[in-house]
Design a protein around this ligand. Structure first.
Ligand code: PRP
Ligand code: URA
Length: 211
C-alpha cells in the first residue's frame, strides 16, 4: 500500500496570503481571490512530476512539438461551498479538465459531514483533484474521497488551504493512498471543531454570509 503524502507549502508568499485570509476585514471578493491564488501554487506543486504528452503546434518557425499535460486524464472535484473558488482557479489554469461537484455539509451540532448531492463526470482511470479550503475533522474530505473512489479514480490528490493535525491524521489513517497538498497546518480544533487559529467559516467568508 502506498503511504500517504502530506505536503505543507507554507512558503513566505503563502503565509502572507493566509494572513490576509485570517484578517476579519478581508471581504468576500478579496478572500476568494486569495484562495484562487493559493490554489494555483498548490496545483503547480501537486502536478510538478506528472507525465506529459507531445503536441505539434504551428509556431512562427513552422510546426514544432512541445510537451503538455493531457488534461483529459484529470478531473477536479469541489466540495461546496468553500471549494468553489478553488475549482474556478484550477479550471482557469487548466480549462479543458472536467469538473465535478459534491455538496457536503457539516452538521452544526454533531460536526459530522453529510453528502447531499453529487454530480461527477467519468472518473474511471483518471487523476482526481479534490479541492476544499478547510480540512478540520477530515470528515468532509473522507466523504469526498469515498465518492471519488467509488467512481474508480486511478489516483486522488487533495488540495486544501488550512488544516488541523487531527483531521489530517484521520484522513491519513482512513485513506493512506491519497496525497494531500496543503498550504498551512494550524494548531488544533476547538470544542466546536473549528480550526485554531484558522479563519472562521470559509464558506461564510467567501460569500459574505452573516453567521
Ligand atoms: C466546511 C469546509 C469543509 C468542511 C471541513 O464546510 O468548507 O468542507 O467544513 O470540515 P471537516 O473537515 O470537519 O469535515 P461546511 O460544512 O461548513 O459547509 P460550507 O462550505 O457550506 O460552509
Ligand atoms: N469549516 C470551516 O469553514 N472552518 C473551520 O475552522 C472548520 C470547518
Amino acid at each position: 500500500m502506498e503511504i500517504l503524502m502530506i505536503q505543507e507549502l507554507s512558503t513566505p508568499v503563502i503565509q502572507t496570503l493566509i494572513c490576509s485570509l485570517r484578517e476579519s476585514e478581508t471581504d468576500g471578493l478579496r478572500f476568494r481571490h486569495i484562495v484562487k491564488e493559493i490554489t494555483r501554487f498548490l496545483l503547480n506543486e501537486a502536478l510538478k512530476d506528472v507525465a506529459l504528452i507531445s503536441k505539434d503546434i504551428q509556431t512562427w518557425r513552422g510546426v514544432e512539438s512541445y510537451k503538455i499535460m493531457d488534461q483529459s486524464s484529470y478531473v477536479v472535484v469541489t466540495v461546496l461551498r468553500a471549494g468553489m473558488p478553488m475549482l474556478e482557479s484550477v479550471m482557469e489554469t487548466l480549462p479543458k479538465i472536467n469538473s465535478g461537484f459534491l455538496a457536503i455539509k457539516r452538521d452544526e451540532t454533531t460536526h459530522k459531514s453529510k453528502l447531499f448531492y453529487e454530480r461527477l463526470p467519468d472518473c474511471e482511470g483518471k487523476t482526481v483533484i479534490i479541492v476544499d479550503v478547510m480540512l478540520a475533522t477530515g470528515g468532509s474530505l473522507c466523504d469526498a474521497i469515498e465518492v471519488v473512489k467509488d467512481a474508480k479514480a486511478k489516483r486522488i490528490i487533495a488540495l486544501n488551504i488550512i488544516g488541523a493535525p487531527e483531521g489530517l491524521a484521520f484522513v491519513q489513517n482512513t485513506h493512506p493512498d491519497v496525497d494531500i497538498f496543503i498550504s498551512q497546518i494550524d494548531e488544533n480544533l476547538n470544542e466546536n471543531k473549528y480550526i485554531i487559529p484558522g479563519l472562521g467559516d470559509a464558506g461564510d467568508r467567501e460569500y459574505n454570509t452573516p453567521e
